[in-house]
Design a binder for this molecule. Structure first.
Ligand code: COA
Length: 425
């Protein structure tokens, strides 16, 4: 079966997390992703958080499936020659270098256009144009500057970063959408274009509801925030809302049976208005269905603590899975707090390929998150990440069509690294 992006060639000049998540998705959709790595070391994550000595780290393997790897010193003139051929041959270049790096390498937008006017150049930077545009940025910097940290955590505690990598993987996702959109536009215009996504912007996009609340603050307190019921005045910026739900339906994380010893024995419980009567029946408070203090959503807002305490009394008598099963019979929205261990062992996630077991020649079997986006006509087969420079020879000959003499010259220059030079000697 032909894959959705079959025939699209990607010059993958990405590293660490944000860029690689983007190109991995494109590879899963069938693009030929050729990762250009620095000879000797490669993507820095290959050697970060090592768990199996001598093997590429899980950090690297889990972000670089289905790609080919070529080692190339792009500051070496022969390396530049190879990169130029790649620019001419590929449809998209994806990069997430620090600002200015690509220009310093000699690959400005103008130069790339000269080489290939159809090329789409997709970049992730920490910030867009403005006071911080030259800064190097990592995940938590983006979470902090994009509005996530100031709105995460409890009102009386520190700002918090989240475990979900919304700055890196989130921006990678945004960029992937920009790339396929530009590829589509190119089918009409025949021209490439620049696609850029700043991590701050990506995080802010995911914090859209908090900018909504910032403006609502001008018109009075945010009544669905627990703080309102607790009688604590609001300041001039959106506060941290603990585990309050982001929508208009009050929700909390509540203890379940076993919480004393199991750090994940909790359930998220939403007191959604349309199922309020069912909630009252389930927790054993049928009187609340008609009691004017509880019957209507607005009346409940000032007494959410009392309500959730009562609901928690009920959830503590059930395991999180029992509670999930019972509540779902009444369409009461809830979600058990699943640990990474539980997710790794989840059979349904394995069955859909969202959790996959991959075999690697050096590290052996490991688990990864597969493609969360399912296309019925373009199923994803997760293929292990490449070893450093595994496909250098193959790309030079088959993709870039260098003849043996040219390959010898390139190898002799050291542009492919020591292995290449030795092979030529
Ligand atoms: N051959 C030769 N040189 C290479 C090369 C190759 N194959 N690949 C990279 N380099 C060089 C670059 O040319 C650059 O050299 P220069 O500074 O002399 O111009 C150098 O490697 C370092 O690149 P840089 O991107 O600055 O890496 P870094 O490790 O210093 O910074 C980041 C890492 C992630 C902070 C930075 O790349 C960045 O801010 N990226 C944008 C935001 C981003 O994606 N952040 C999230 C990462 S998960």
């Amino acid at each position: 079966m032909v894959k959705a992006l079959e025939g699209v060639k990607i010059l993958d000049f990405t590293h660490v997390q944000s860029g690689p998540t983007c190109t991995q998705l494109l590879a899963w959709f069938g693009a030929d992703v050729i990762k250009v790595e620095r000879p000797g070391s490669g993507d820095i994550t290959r050697g970060q958080l090592i768990d199996v000595p001598g093997a590429d780290s899980l950090y690297f393997t889990m972000l670089n499936h289905n790609k080919r790897s070529i080692t190339l010193d792009t500051k070496n003139p022969q390396g530049k020659r190879v990169l130029e051929e790649m620019v001419k041959t590929c449809d998209v270049m994806v990069e997430n270098f620090a600002p200015g790096v690509l220009d310093r390498m000699g690959f400005t937008w103008e130069r790339i256009q000269e080489l290939n006017p159809r090329m789409i150049v997709a970049s992730i930077k920490g910030f867009g144009p403005g006071p911080y545009e030259d800064c190097k940025v990592y995940e938590n910097v983006a979470q902090c500057t994009g509005g996530s940290a100031s709105t995460t955590g409890f009102r009386d505690g520190l700002p918090l970063v989240t475990g979900a990598q919304i700055g890196d993987s989130g921006t990678g996702l945004h960029l992937a959408l920009g790339i396929v959109t530009a590829l589509y536009q190119r089918t009409h215009t025949g021209r490439g274009q620049k696609v850029t996504c700043a991590m701050q912007d990506g995080v802010l996009n995911l914090c859209r509801v908090k900018l909504r609340d910032q403006q609502r603050l001008d018109h009075g307190p945010l009544e669905e925030y627990s703080q309102f019921g607790e009688g604590i005045p609001f300041g001039d910026a959106v506060p941290r809302a603990g585990n309050d739900s982001g929508g208009g339906q009050p929700g909390r994380i509540l203890k379940c049976k076993g919480w004393e010893t199991d750090p994940n024995a909790y359930i998220y419980f939403i007191t959604q208005a349309p199922v309020w009567e069912a909630i009252c029946d389930v927790i054993g408070e049928p009187g609340w269905k008609t009691d004017p203090l509880f019957a209507k959503p607005k009346a409940r807002l000032p007494r959410l603590n009392q309500i959730f305490e009562r609901i928690e009394h009920w959830t503590m008598s059930k395991t999180k899975f029992e509670a999930m099963e019972i509540l779902n019979q009444y369409d009461i929205p809830c979600g058990p707090i699943l640990s990474m261990k539980e997710l790794a062992e989840d059979e349904s996630l394995r069955a859909t390929g969202t959790i996959v077991e991959v075999d690697h020649p050096v590290r052996g079997k490991y688990l990864s998150v597969g493609n969360p986006i399912k296309l019925s006509d373009s199923p994803t087969e997760v293929v292990r990440s490449p070893l450093l420079g595994e496909h250098t020879e193959e790309v030079l000959t088959q993709v870039l069509k260098f003849d043996p003499k040219a390959i010898d010259e390139i190898k002799a220059s050291g542009a492919l690294g020591d292995t290449g030079r030795l092979a030529a000697e």
